[in-house]
Design a protein around this ligand. Structure first.
Ligand code: PEP
Ligand code: MN
Length: 357
């Protein structure tokens, strides 16, 4: 056991290096309580570095602490405070995987300098609508067709999506344009219906549907994970970790605006999430400016900001008749507006040294 004066404690903790967690023990902890705690930690394969000063007794833990339960440690009679030093996510962590991950969406690459635009209507509404929009967004330069078949709506009385028929219409549109499709899953029971979908989207409302994330972790298919309405970035990356822990490392993170005190827009686009997520994780990060703003005229400036901040792609809602859209008309661009946006976006991508796929 090391002994150190309090002022040296933190220098010593620094010198231990590679610490994963620190436990600060209670002043009145008994030797027996401390021994029991140390024994239990060692039995979990952790190595312990102790520092006992006049004011405090600290145990530094090195090893795989990700499955340690912080709450039960806090409840231990010998423990005053628990601090995690390393992040609780490993597979998604850039520290252990410095290179950018490139996710292959049926031939369309996202990440590591590859930029992809996913565009299409909020909801698949009819054969005419989806085939027309699919052709228009392809012509304008989008590489992946989006469209919701199962819709998570705030009101049970709003249009809920065409469901299985919507998926069939997306597959039909893909057969016409050759573009991969991305569409949202809401329920593990629907998984068999998504076998032939190129990219499965997990919507903001399901970001912490852990049972769904675990099932998606068993697939070998790209997952587009959207940030929850009020999720911290660590919670967001932990949700990606759920999918990756199951073996599926093809995860794309999507920032789509968060809830703040601002009411003039549907949500507030968290642009700072792009550089921060890229620092935290090696996974590609895309931006959905449509759901962030909820206003069609804001989509282009936010898309430009996303690219300037280093995003790896965009998801944009496009509708042939936004005024009569069955969902999210106010934020949907017409094909003409989308084409104009693509014209503006391309030079910026060149400037940012991104390859539009
Ligand atoms: C969508 O993409 O249509 C959607 C519902 O998005 P979000 O989950 O971000 O609200
Ligand atoms: Mn929508």
């Amino acid at each position: 056991m090391h002994t150190a004066k309090p002022r040296f404690l933190f220098c010593q903790i620094f010198l231990w290096g590679n610490l994963d967690m620190i436990l600060i023990l209670k002043k009145n902890a008994t030797k027996q309580q401390i021994d029991t705690l140390c024994h239990s930690l060692k039995s979990k394969g952790l190595s312990l570095h102790q520092s006992e000063g006049e004011q405090s007794h600290i145990i530094g833990l090195v090893g795989d602490t990700k499955s340690l339960d912080m709450d039960s440690l806090r409840a231990n009679p010998a423990v005053e405070e628990v601090r995690r030093i390393s992040e609780p996510y490993k597979k998604a962590n850039r520290k252990f995987h410095p290179q950018d991950t490139i996710v292959n969406c049926s031939g369309v690459l996202v990440g590591g300098g590859n930029f992809a635009v996913m565009a299409g209507p909020c909801s698949v509404e009819s054969p005419e609508q989806i085939t027309l929009v699919a052709q228009e967004v392809k012509k304008a330069g989008a590489s992946i067709l989006r469209g919701g078949a199962f819709k998570p709506r705030t009101s049970p009385y709003s249009f809920q999506g065409l469901r299985d028929d919507g998926l069939e219409l997306l597959r039909h549109a893909r057969s016409l344009t050759g573009q991969p499709i991305v569409t949202e899953i809401m329920n593990t029971e629907h998984l068999p219906l998504f076998e032939d979908v190129d990219v499965i989207q997990v919507g903001a409302r399901n970001m912490q549907n852990f049972e769904l994330l675990k099932e998606l972790g068993k697939l070998n298919k790209p997952i587009l994970l959207k940030r929850g309405l009020s999720a911290t970035l660590e919670e967001f990356v932990m949700s990606a970790e759920y999918i990756m822990a199951g073996g599926n490392e093809n995860v794309i993170l999507c920032e789509r605006g968060i809830r703040t005190f601002e009411t003039s827009m549907r949500n507030t686009l968290d642009i700072s999430a792009v550089p921060m997520l890229k620092k935290m994780s090696h996974l590609p990060v895309i931006i959905d400016p449509s759901h962030a703003a909820g206003l069609s005229w804001m989509v282009e400036p936010l898309a430009m900001a996303a690219i300037a901040a280093g995003a790896d792609g965009l998801m944009i809602e496009v509708h042939n008749d936004p005024a009569n859209a069955l969902s999210d008309g106010a934020q949907s661009l017409t094909p003409k507006q989308f084409s104009a946006l693509m014209q503006r976006v391309c030079p910026l991508l060149t400037l940012m040294e991104k390859q539009l796929n």
